[in-house]
Design a protein around this ligand. Structure first.
Ligand code: GDP
Ligand code: MN
Length: 358
């Protein structure tokens, strides 16, 4: 389970890790009651990183600017996630930004502490030699000698407190990026915490965070459709989790990036397919790859469901189709005018990748 930044910072406070003064607001009128002096940082509370790049972190100097930022944030979404809560935080005068994290390192069966003086950026982009990595035997726990390479006492203290939090709350990750030096003290400007789902039953004290679904994923769940949004621009429709995954793999091979995947599973109801296809359209992929292997899900059932949507509302993007198995001829007859048929799986994946802009 992921925690929101504001929930993570509450835990930090409980464990003695310094955090900036902040409050969480949901409604405009709550801004009046904020007792923090300007300037503020206003941060979208969503369960994805890179908010600043996405415009989800705003710096404001007075109430009018805050009001404007509030409405901008409320009106936008970040990577498909709607913004409900906004954290209003005292702005810090940042001198330095560090990265610090503790993760559960399953491959080494240990905890891993990572620290870098080059924080505030995506840690994947930081050169390896600029990251201090210390493996911690969980039976021994964090000891002073582990912190020898962190030459700053205050940061070492933060690391110890993070470790206490990490172990007592059964975390998979506790990350502060950036941990900052501001007004001559060390303070956590961000918070990312992942709790091991298998241990949640031991932590009734923790807030319950709903799984982080996008709006479309939520809608799909209500309709009982297996629908996942990813980072790319190719919409994949297949039947069965195995074929769906194999299709994504094949796209990868040709440089294509799956944007949505929709697993029709085993259905023989054209109406269900219609609903699923409508959702796919709403996700606005650049190209759709329909990859069917008919069995329990008959090819013509899917074709009827797709055709119903095409007749009713048309489609803006190309649809590449590879249709094999039970009733494939009927299916192709129904759809032949509306899409580009491909005879092989890989040909289809290649074509879709090309149309996806690679
Ligand atoms: P993220 O983009 O989702 O990781 O959000 P962060 O909370 O890490 O904020 C992104 C960046 O905004 C940080 O790396 C800082 O550079 C900057 N930032 C955050 N809080 C403050 C603040 O109080 N003052 C200043 N000057 N910059 C801040
Ligand atoms: Mn951050």
């Amino acid at each position: 389970m992921k925690l929101y930044e504001y929930q993570g910072k509450e835990l930090f406070s409980q464990y003695g890790i310094p955090v900036p003064k902040s409050v969480v607001v949901e409604k405009e009128k709550e801004l009046d009651r904020v007792q923090i002096s300007f300037p503020w940082v206003m941060k979208a509370q969503v369960l994805v990183g890179g908010r600043k790049k996405a415009g989800g972190v705003k710096f404001v100097n007075n109430y009018d600017e805050a009001l404007k930022a509030f409405h901008e944030l409320k009106g936008m979404d970040i990577k498909g996630y709607k913004i409900e809560k906004i954290m209003v935080e005292e702005s810090l005068e940042i001198k330095e930004e560090y990265y610090i994290s503790i993760i559960l390192d399953r491959s080494r069966r240990s905890h891993l502490l990572m620290f870098s003086k080059e924080g505030g950026v995506d840690i994947e982009g930081v050169a390896d030699e600029k990251i201090v990595k210390v493996s911690i035997n969980p039976l021994i726990g964090l000891q002073n000698f582990h912190l020898r390479n962190i030459r700053n006492n205050e940061i070492a203290t933060v690391a110890k407190k993070m470790y206490a939090l990490f172990t007592s709350k059964d975390c998979e990750l506790v990350e502060i990026n950036p941990l900052v030096l501001a007004n001559d003290t060390i303070i956590a400007a961000d918070a990312k915490i992942l709790i091991d789902d298998g241990a949640l039953y031991r932590h009734q004290e923790l807030p319950k965070v709903e799984e982080d679904f996008t709006e479309l994923e939520r809608e799909a769940r209500e309709k009982g459709i297996a629908f996942v949004q990813l980072g790319g621009n190719i919409g994949v429709i297949a039947n069965g989790a195995g074929l769906t995954m194999a299709t994504l793999d094949a796209l990868n091979e040709y440089g294509g990036k799956g944007g949505v995947f929709l697993d029709l599973g085993g259905t023989d109801d054209p109406e269900k397919v219609t609903q699923a296809f409508r959702l796919m359209k709403k996700a606005r992929p650049q190209v759709i790859l329909l990859n069917l292997f008919g069995g329990i899900t008959k090819c013509d059932t899917v074709a009827k469901g797709v055709k119903a949507v095409l007749d009713e509302e048309g489609i803006e993007c190309p649809v590449i189709a590879r249709i094999k198995g039970m009733n494939e001829e009927e299916a192709m007859n129904i759809l032949k005018e509306s899409l580009t048929p491909m005879s092989s799986f890989h040909e289809a994946a290649k074509k879709a990748s090309e149309l996806g802009g690679v």
